[in-house]
Design a protein around this ligand. Structure first.
Ligand code: BV8
Length: 249
């Protein structure tokens, strides 16, 4: 049995097989093996000197719309070159195996849907979509638009990435669906997230309060680690496929 499978407790396999309802929260760690830098990892190249937490704000866009738009264009290009990894694919397989399955993601890279996951709750939006910064309507950004940022075809305001910035409210329906899934699940996995960003970071605790078994998949400790039933220490791209293989063959 290879290493990741060997570290999966028998009790967790039994709980997974018996689970009626499973909820998963993912963060940027699950996309790391697809070559998408995690949110807090040092930015590379041109963006090395910028703090993502500062750029992903309405204030930054107000102050320098061109800079913020170009940062997202750089990230969109990275995501466009990335492919789902075995961790994303294992979650798509898990959805097919569990009667009631909810995949809640903080990620904006769209890789879960590209891996075949159907029910994906995107808490923080999607970097591949743009919206009018005034009317809020989603606009397909035109290829090679000379304006940076491009302007809304109907009102002329700047387009912005269709993501949730720090200080902005999350989409109400997505947040409500996420908390409902956390409250109703038998088993909750927190995968590839440092658990620092609210309100997403409250979801595992909501599951715990509702009696779910809580499991973390991460190479490192997080503020959640001390509260979980099982810690699967390692990379999602190795652990999740091993979990699915051991549980379902
Ligand atoms: C809001 C989109 C109401 C943009 C993002 C208390 C309550 C409520 C709000 C707050 C609060 N305290 C502070 C706040 C404000 C703020 C917040 O939480 N700040 C934090 C930093 C303290 N929250 C908000 O503003 C939210 N809005 O609450 O509205 C409100 C408004 C104003 C005032 C009060 C209330 C909006 C938050 C959404 C921000 N937008 N993304 C974009 O992407 O550009 S969040 C951003 O961080 C990404 O989406 C990312 O997914 C997310 C979380 O980060 P992680 O995914 O965890 O990534 P990180 O790099 O941190 O960690 C990676 C992990 O992976 C690590 O643990 C690593 O070990 C692990 N890993 C690495 N490799 C692997 C791996 N794991 C597995 N396998 C591997 N191979």
């Amino acid at each position: 049995m290879d290493a990741p499978a060997a570290n999966i407790p028998e009790s967790l396999i039994a709980t997974l097989r018996d689970a009626r309802s499973v909820a998963i929260l993912t963060g940027s760690g699950i996309s790391a093996e697809s070559g998408v830098p995690t949110f807090r990892n040092a930015q590379t190249g041109l963006w090395a000197s910028y703090d993502p937490g500062e750029l992903a704000t309405p204030e930054a866009f107000e102050r320098d719309p061109r800079l913020v738009w170009e940062w997202y264009a750089w990230r969109r290009e990275l995501v466009g070159k990335a492919a789902p990894n075995p961790g994303h694919e294992a979650l798509a397989e898990l959805e097919r195996r569990v009667p009631d399955f909810a995949l809640i993601t903080q990620n904006v890279d769209g890789l879960h849907r590209r891996a075949g996951s159907q029910r994906v709750i995107e808490l923080h939006g999607n970097i591949l979509r743009s919206r009018c910064s005034v009317e809020g309507i989603v606009i397909e950004a035109r290829e090679n638009d000379s304006e940076v940022p491009p302007s809304c075809p109907s009102c002329g305001a700047f387009l912005r990435p269709d993501v949730v910035w720090f200080g902005e409210m999350l989409p109400t329906s997505a947040l409500q669906e996420a908390f409902k899934a956390a409250r109703n699940c038998d088993l909750f996995f927190s995968v590839g997230t440092s658990g620092l960003v609210q309100p997403a970071a409250s979801l595992p605790f909501e599951a715990l309060r509702s009696g779910a078994v809580l499991v973390e998949v991460n190479p490192n400790d997080t503020p959640l680690t001390q509260h979980v039933e099982d810690t699967l220490r390692g990379r999602a791209g190795e652990i999740l496929p091993a979990l699915v293989k051991v549980a379902y063959g």
